[in-house]
Structure formats: structure tokens, C-alpha cells
Design a protein. Structure first.
Length: 361
């Protein structure tokens, strides 16, 4: 896609012929060789390879015939903007009037099919270092707000600026379309704020907590903090800890209940199938002696057979659900027995002696 953009913009907007005198004889000979190879590829149906040959030939030495062949090649590939740009240039640069006439006619015929892309970036959005690229090719600021001829296809448009999050979008454009892409203001990159370490005494509220002996709690030899370790309350056990098999038992009952209902439904289907089968004989549509049936009787017995098959499937599925429920119930872990009891623990500190009563009640 990169060459598409460069060729289109250069041909459609600049159209500045290069100096023919700067091209050497070797370039001209190589250009002629590439041109002939391109013609052979075109005749063989290798259009894309032929375009590459014509483009390389034109880069080495300008020839109106080469440019017209390249334009026709791009036109066959559906690259209408590239083809239109080359036809436009050939209409001005071709040395012969016949070539210029052909180029103008093809340019006018292709013009309605050429898609256009407009990149919208206001002056306020163009911060320092702001740039926009299309498929990796940077767009000149002069192209902003300009109807740029572009080949049909999908392009990646990216806008960047130092210290800002990049903006990226995919643009898909077809023949005759005109698409406007508004970039807007880029979002500044957020810089995380690093917080320093918080002193321990500030985290505790900025005041010193002291015991009865005047020493801070948790420090010094006279602290009673270590003596009270056994009395620190522990969190109450959760329902999952006290009843570890509860979830599996719920699943077991649910599976079993659904299974029983499914089996019941299957049995009803089986009963209906039997009734329908018997009705074919009771209504005289089939003979129990010869086991033959009329067309209507055959249809009824077949319907009964299909319903019986469905009944077997439903009953089997229900039985499987019941079995699953039984397995889940039997494999559910038992609830851990509650531990009850009372313990009397002696507590001795630097300035106190006593007993602590602990346990579960």
C-alpha cells in the first residue's frame, strides 16, 4: 500500500516532470528491457508482476508509453487512483498528441470511480511533534483536510505525538467512496505517582500507645503483648469450612430431581407410543393376524415407533442424571465435627499473673 499513496499523491498533486538529461544510457537500456518484460507478463496474464516491471522501468527512464502501460496495468488490478494519477501525468507529459488524447480520455473515465480520503486534524489538535502516517507513510501537514485520491483497500492510520497516547484506526474504502477520518486531540500519557514509605508511628495515627508501665506496647522488655498471643481472637469459620459438602449435595439433589422428572416424561412418551400403536389395530387399520397395515395404519405405527424410540432416549438421559446425583451425594465430604471444650491457660506478665479461659462454646 505504501507505493499506492506515494504514486497517487505525487501524480495527482505535484505533477512535476523530472529532468530527462540526468538519466544515463544504461538506465534507458535497462528501462527498455524492463518494459519489454512487462509487456510479455501482461500478455501472459501476470498483471501484478507486469505492473512491477513497468514501475521499475519508469523509475529508471521516463517514457509516455511505459506510463500508459503502467496506468492500464493498475486499472486492471482495480487500483483506480494510481491508474488515474498516471493517466493525468501522461496527459501533460506525453510528447505525442495521440498519447495525450488517450491519457485524458482514460483519466476522465476513471475520475468518478476514484475514492478519496480526508484526514481531519485541526490546528488545535496539531501539538508539538504531531504526525500522521498512513500504512507507515507519513503524511505532510499540507495534506490534512485535503481530498486525497487513494486506491480501494484497507489502510492503517496512526497519529502520534511525544508524551501522548497514539491514535490508531483501520480505514476500509471502496470505489467512489469519500471517507473523513477525524483524529481529535490525543490523550496525554498518564504518569503514575510514586508514594514514599509511611513511618510506622504515622500509620498508627501519630501517637504512642503505652501500657500501664509507661512503655510503648509491642516494644521493650516490660510489654505484655507476647503474653496475650494465645488470647487473640481468630475469625469465625465460614459456611464452606463447617459444611464442606454442601455445594456438592445441592448439585446432587438438583441432578437427581431433574433426572426423575426426565424419566417421568420419558415414561409418558412410552405410554403414548403404546396407545398410538394399539389404536392402529383397534381402528382396523392394521391386522394382528397378518401383521399388514393400510397406508394410514403404516403411518400411525411408524409414528408410534418413533415416539417409543424418543421415550427410550429420554428415559436413558433421566436415568443418567439420577445416577450422577447419587454419585455426587455419596462422594460429598462429611461436615467436620465441631470441636467443643474449654481450656484454662495460665497467663503471666511482668506485672500481672492470672488465668485465661479459652475454647469453643
Amino acid at each position: 500500500m505504501r507505493r499506492t499513496l506515494v504514486v497517487t499523491v505525487a501524480a495527482a498533486l505535484l505533477l512535476i516532470p523530472g529532468p530527462a538529461g540526468a538519466q544515463s544510457g544504461v538506465d534507458r537500456a535497462t528501462s527498455m528491457r524492463l518494459f519489454k518484460e512487462g509487456r510479455a507478463l501482461m500478455e501472459a496474464g501476470s498483471t501484478e508482476e507486469a505492473c512491477d516491471k513497468f514501475a521499475a522501468s519508469l523509475d529508471l527512464y521516463y517514457g509516455a508509453g511505459t506510463q500508459l502501460n503502467l496506468a492500464r496495468c493498475y486499472e486492471e488490478l482495480g487500483r483506480v487512483a494510481s491508474a488515474w494519477g498516471h493517466y493525468n501525468e501522461a496527459a501533460q507529459r506525453a510528447p505525442r498528441a495521440g498519447q495525450r488524447k488517450v491519457a485524458r480520455a482514460r483519466s476522465q473515465a476513471l475520475a468518478p470511480r476514484v475514492p478519496h480520503l480526508i484526514v481531519r486534524a485541526t490546528e488545535n489538535d496539531r501539538i508539538e511533534g504531531f504526525s500522521v502516517s498512513l500504512d507507515g507513510d507519513e503524511l505532510a501537514p499540507a495534506l490534512f483536510e485535503t481530498r486525497m485520491p487513494i486506491d480501494p483497500g484497507t489502510y492503517e492510520l496512526v497519529a502520534t505525538a511525544p508524551g501522548h497516547e497514539p491514535y490508531s484506526t483501520l480505514v476500509t474504502i471502496a470505489e467512489e467512496e469519500e471517507i473523513v477520518v477525524g483524529i481529535g486531540t490525543l490523550t496525554p500519557v498518564s504518569v503514575p505517582v510514586e508514594s514514599g514509605d509511611t513511618p510506622v508511628d504515622e500509620a498508627a495515627g501519630g501517637t504512642d500507645s503505652t501500657g500501664a508501665d509507661g512503655n510503648p506496647l509491642g516494644t521493650g522488655a516490660s510489654s505484655n503483648h507476647s503474653d496475650l498471643t494465645g488470647l487473640v481472637a481468630t475469625p469465625a469459620p465460614t459456611a464452606a469450612e463447617t459444611r464442606p459438602g454442601r455445594t456438592r449435595r445441592i448439585l446432587a439433589w438438583s441432578s437427581g430431581g431433574v433426572g426423575v422428572a426426565t424419566v417421568a416424561g420419558g415414561l409418558v412418551l412410552g405410554w403414548q407410543a403404546r396407545e398410538e400403536y394399539d389404536s392402529a389395530f383397534d381402528d382396523g387399520l392394521c391386522s394382528r393376524t397378518t401383521k399388514t397395515c393400510s397406508p394410514e395404519g403404516s403411518a400411525r405405527t411408524k409414528s408410534a415407533s418413533d415416539r417409543a424410540t424418543l421415550s427410550n432416549i429420554v428415559v436413558g438421559a433421566g436415568a443418567a442424571l439420577v445416577a450422577t446425583g447419587v454419585v455426587l451425594y455419596l462422594t460429598a465430604p462429611d461436615a467436620a465435627p465441631a470441636e467443643h471444650g474449654v481450656q484454662v491457660v495460665p497467663v503471666a506478665g511482668a506485672d500481672q499473673v492470672g488465668l485465661a479461659v479459652t475454647g469453643r462454646f
